[in-house]
Structures are given as C-alpha cells and as structure tokens.
Ligand binder design. Structure first.
Ligand SMILES: Nc1ncnc2c1ncn2[C@@H]1O[C@H](COP(=O)(O)OP(=O)(O)O)[C@@H](O)[C@H]1O
Ligand SMILES: CC(C)(COP(=O)(O)O)[C@@H](O)C(=O)NCCC(=O)O
Ligand SMILES: [K+]
Length: 282
C-alpha cells in the first residue's frame, strides 16, 4: 500500500459526554480541546474548531456514539477517515470493544511500553490492560517411538513478535459524573451534587456529603483493587490514567506500588500511530 504525505491533520474521538479534538502538525500534537456533541447534521465544522484551524484539514475520527457518527458523516465537504478496530494492532480485541478503549490502549503501548494498564475515567470508567503476546509453544505432534520421523520437522512460525501486544482484559463501570447523575435521576429525594475536589468525610451527616462519600470511597477502593490485582500479575507495569476525571481521581488515590501517570492525550498518541501506518508525516 502506498503511503500519502500528511502535514496538518485533526484527530477527533467522540465519547459519550463530548468530543475530544487534537490538532497535529505532522507527528506533533499542537493543541487539544473538547466540545459538546453535535446537535444536528453538521454542515459547518467551524463552531467546533479553534479559530485558527481550517476545517479543510483531513479529519481522522473514532466514535463510540453511533448517532454522532451519523451526524458527522453528513458533512461531505471535508476529508473524513474513520479509525476502526482493524486499524489497531493489538491482538485479542473482541469485536464489541469500544474503539476509544482500543485507541487509548494502543497509545499507552506506544508511549509507555508493555505491560500496561489504562484507566479511562470518562462517562464510563474503564480498565483496559495489555501484555506481551505469549508465543505459542511449538507443540510437536505426538509420535510413537516405533515411527521415527523420517524428514526434518519445519519449526512452526511464531504467530507474533514477542513484543507485540495482546489485550489481557478489562472492566467497565459507571464513571464519576454518571454515578452522581444516576442517583439523582433515579431516586425521589437525592439532590444533584456537584463534586468537590477534596475527599469528603467518610461518615457523613448530611445528604450531599453522604452521596459524595459513598460514590468516592467505593470508586477509589474499586480502582485500588483493580490496580492491586493487575500488579500482582504484572508487577512492573505502568498504570496510565486518562479521561475527564483522571487528574482528580488519581490525585485522591494513596500511593500505589506502581508508576502512576496521568496522560490526557492517550487517544491522540494512539491515533497518531494509526495515521502513521497510512501516511508519512512532514
Ligand atoms: N464539560 C464537561 N462535560 C462532561 N464531563 C466533564 C466536563 N468537565 C469535566 N468532566 C468530567 O469528565 C468526565 C467525562 O470524561 P470524558 O473523558 O470527557 O468523557 P467521554 O470521553 O466519555 O466523553 C465526567 O465524569 C465529568 O466528571
Ligand atoms: C465503555 C464505553 C461506553 C466507554 O465510553 P466513554 O466513557 O469513553 O464515552 C465505550 O468504550 C463503549 O461503548 N464500549 C463498548 C463495550 C466494550 O468496550 O466492551
Ligand atoms: K473516554
């Protein structure tokens, strides 16, 4: 396949809360911003772009919100390329895994190596871990000692390079804001609570604090339990937080036995590595 040259381009991932944009000059990410979901067929990208950015740049996008994809595809005046699961070179991705999880994991593998655990604190909070692909053991077919082999056995071709990544697995739960919203929306008496940046008192004596305490302490305990389990299997793994609540949640965790990194741009590192498969940056 021949590669095309690419200079300026836009990366876009569509999450369940909002759109995440990145402006690249070749392989350099120069600017990122978020915008609300498209609300009607998109005829003009300008309202979603920073003033200095031209809507004529090629737009590489990935979406976990099919209605938003449909609205975006109504825009026929620009060069749109959808990033698909098949573009992500990680083994074992199951067909319904979110493309945002796959791209973020690919970005983490590119940037931080293997094994790696990504904690994406977005609308949903997801854990997604990758490890080195285990080489398949070269199993020789069983032969009876009475039938010695008569020709050399061709060694099986390993199905991957030792350093290639495989999805180990993950988990999905409601994200921070969604937990607050669901309590408010599905109960008669619980108010809408806005998050405070510090840990609340665990044993609360009023309703808003009780909600905050319940959600935050159980969420943090759950995150720690997943990290602990991951590190038992992969003691030298890095743990990368991304998504809208990454900074806040990671700052509230006590120190862990691993290098913990907050990187809001994992999806863009993943997108860049994918675009690079088809292009030469200049
Ligand atoms: N303007 C905002 N809109 C939505 N969520 C926000 C906003 N600012 C901060 N957040 C936080 O970010 C989280 C959503 O993360 P984000 O990565 O933007 O979601 P997604 O990728 O699913 O669209 C919410 O739980 C919320 O607490
Ligand atoms: C889990 C998600 C809802 C997370 O979406 P987000 O919070 O980033 O908007 C999304 O990755 C998705 O729709 N996943 C499909 C199911 C799966 O990953 O197994
Ligand atoms: K996300």
């Amino acid at each position: 396949m021949s590669k095309t040259y690419v200079s300026d381009w836009l990366g876009l991932t569509i999450g369940n809360s909002r759109l995440h944009w990145g402006w690249f000059k070749g392989d350099i990410l120069t600017e990122t911003w978020d915008s609300p979901h498209f609300s009607h067929p998109v005829t003009d990208l300008m309202p979603y772009l920073q003033p200095q950015i031209s809507p004529s740049l090629p737009l590489y996008f990935a979406s976990v919100v099919p209605q938003q994809t449909t609205l975006l595809l109504s825009l026929d005046s620009i060069e749109l390329r959808e990033i698909l699961l098949s573009d992500v070179s990680i083994k074992g991705l199951y067909p319904t895994i979110g493309i945002d999880r796959a791209i973020a994991l690919w970005g983490a593998v590119q940037t931080y190596g293997l094994p790696v655990l990504v904690i994406d604190a977005g609308t949903a909070l997801t854990f997604t871990g990758a490890n080195h692909t285990q080489l398949r053991k070269q199993t020789e077919s069983k032969r009876s000692p009475h039938h010695p082999k008569t020709h050399p056995v061709t060694p099986a071709i390993p199905d991957s390079q030792p350093s290639s990544p495989t999805l180990f697995g993950g988990a999905i739960l409601p994200g921070l804001r969604l937990q607050f919203q669901s309590l408010h929306q599905k109960t008669a008496a619980l108010p809408s609570v806005s998050l405070s940046p510090q840990l609340p008192q665990r044993w609360a004596l009023n309703t808003p604090n009780a909600i905050e305490s319940g959600i935050l302490y159980t969420l943090l305990a759950g995150i720690q339990d997943f990290i602990k389990d991951w590190l038992q299997q992969f003691p030298h793994s890095k743990v990368i937080f991304t998504g809208g609540d990454a900074t806040m949640l990671s700052s509230l965790l006590p120190p862990q036995d691993a290098e913990m990194i907050v990187d809001p741009n994992l999806i863009f590192w993943g997108a860049r590595a994918i675009v690079e498969q088809y292009s030469i940056y200049r």
